[in-house]
Ligand binder design. Structure first.
Ligand code: ZN
Length: 269
């Protein structure tokens, strides 16, 4: 499995940007910063624990906790090196027809097999999920056919969809309404934050497998047909969104979409 992953990486080199640490040539300064960050992190870890916090029921709680802690640490590191700190967890950022991508959203991209790009923080879980999905996909690695999109790219996709409906005889406003069911208005697509991927399979079985297993890797079936009224998007079996294992597990177990999950979380605070 490891070998195959390497093979994929060689075919399509992973162009990871330099890690943040390498921007600091002064080892002492970096070390001091790290110690400070760790202190803040430890402090926040204790401060954040609430007794009524739900404990997800599952067998893999240990790695999940580690990942959650890694994420928290990554957030803190990001907040300490970037002036545009955000108070939302990066993996839970809500982008839908009502919520535009946050202003000054910063993103480090990495290329995946096939040439599409995603937020570098979701690369590993994404590749693990796609590798695991091979057994339900005639032993082929499912392809990411759409990852990160620029504003211009989203604009073009939307305009093309509107034009298609207009060519079928719909008025411009009708065409726009219809297009919105399938393509997010530019500025309102999850693809623009690099946390969503459209996955192509060799067989439809892949999508059934993803619906039952993606949560283990931190991904959610973002637009099930049963949630269209909430998400505003018609069912898209190919579109997966990274939210982290903890959130994905809870959403899978409770049958919640991201909007519902976030509303519930807000209610608990
Ligand atoms: Zn998509």
């Amino acid at each position: 499995m490891e070998e195959k992953m390497m093979q994929v990486s060689n075919d399509h080199p992973r162009r990871s940007q330099k890690r943040r640490g390498q921007r600091f040539p002064w080892g002492d300064i970096l070390m001091t910063l790290m110690v400070a960050v760790l202190c803040v992190y430890v402090f926040l870890s204790f401060g954040e624990k609430t007794p009524d916090e739900e404990t997800p029921v599952r067998g893999t709680s240990a790695p999940t906790t580690t990942q959650a802690q890694d994420n928290a640490l990554a957030d803190l590191l990001a907040e300490n090196t970037q002036p545009t700190a955000s108070d939302i967890d990066w993996n839970l950022v809500l982008v839908n027809y009502e919520n535009a991508i946050p202003e000054n959203y910063e993103i480090n991209l990495v290329e995946v097999a096939g040439g599409e790009k995603v937020d570098e923080r979701i690369y590993d879980p994404l590749m693990e999920m796609l590798e695991a999905a091979k057994e339900e996909n005639w032993d082929q690695l499912p392809m990411v056919v759409s990852g990160y999109r620029t504003q211009a790219k989203q604009q073009k996709l939307f305009q093309d969809k509107v034009a298609k409906y207009q060519s079928e005889g719909h008025s411009k406003s009708e065409a726009e309404e219809l297009a919105k069911q399938w393509v997010a208005v530019p500025g309102y697509s999850e693809h623009q934050v690099g946390l969503a991927v459209d996955i192509n399979g060799a067989t439809y079985d892949l999508y059934f497998w993803l619906q039952e297993n993606s949560w283990k890797y931190g991904f959610i079936f973002r637009y099930p047909g049963s949630k269209t009224e909430i998400t505003g998007v018609a069912e898209e079996v190919w579109h997966y969104r990274y939210v982290g294992v903890e959130a994905a597990t809870e959403m899978y177990e409770k049958g919640l979409c991201l909007e519902e999950y976030l509303a519930e979380r807000q209610g608990e605070e």
